[in-house]
Design a protein around this ligand. Structure first.
Ligand code: NI
Length: 201
């Protein structure tokens, strides 16, 4: 192959990869992705202004200098959310003292029901370190958009469910995307991956 042709092929392959990755992020709940990915990803993350379980306003800037392990979900989720949060907390437990550099963050996609008070009780079941965030519908929509998180109400009445993508994002101390993990990844594997990133910085 000529050099020009090789460059063309490389560009095409990169475009296909980026497209596939974007697709995976949008349709995350069906878990058709590899469990770990890094590099070559469109911008994920960005500014947010939300309210934590203690009623305090928290912005993305408040977490600078810290890694964030971010997961979007909702407290009425019957299975995936509680399991994933448990796995995140377990992964951080496995990191021991090194986990101090990583703040686990849960952002609700169901602000109508997930009030700060409700989040306070929910988060306490997992870890005292878990920061649980809610906000106005608009603020949640903006945060979800920044993280390429899809969510939609499913069903009527008080017992509705939320469809939502369920990736776990590792964000760096500069607020930038580092990696994401699909839900269902083992805590041990997640811990090893997180360690590989934080030990290199
Ligand atoms: Ni869920």
């Amino acid at each position: 192959m000529t050099r020009a042709r090789l460059a063309l092929v490389a560009t095409a392959v990169a475009a296909i990869f980026a497209g596939a990755l974007a697709g995976m992020l949008w349709f995350g709940d069906t878990d058709r992705s590899a469990s770990v990915s890094e590099g070559g990803v469109p911008a994920i993350g960005g500014p947010f202004a939300l309210v934590d379980q203690n009623g305090e306003t928290r912005t993305a800037k408040d977490f600078r200098g810290q890694y964030m392990l971010v997961y979007f979900g909702y407290t009425y989720c019957p299975d995936v959310c509680p399991t994933t949060l448990q796995d995140m907390v377990q992964a951080l437990d496995m990191l021991g003292a090194r986990a101090k550099r990583v703040t686990p963050v849960f952002i609700t996609v169901d602000p109508a029901r997930d009030t700060p008070e409700h989040l306070r009780q929910y988060a306490a079941q997992f870890s005292p370190r878990l920061v649980a965030l809610t906000g106005s519908r608009k603020a949640i929509a903006e945060a979800a958009k920044a993280y390429h998180v899809y969510y939609a109400k499913s069903g009527e009445g008080d017992d509705y469910l939320m469809d939502h993508s369920s990736f776990i994002y590792l964000m760096g101390p500069d607020g930038r995307y580092v990696a994401h993990f699909a839900h269902g990844i083992s805590p041990a594997k997640m811990a090893r991956r997180i360690e590989s990133f934080i030990s290199g910085s």
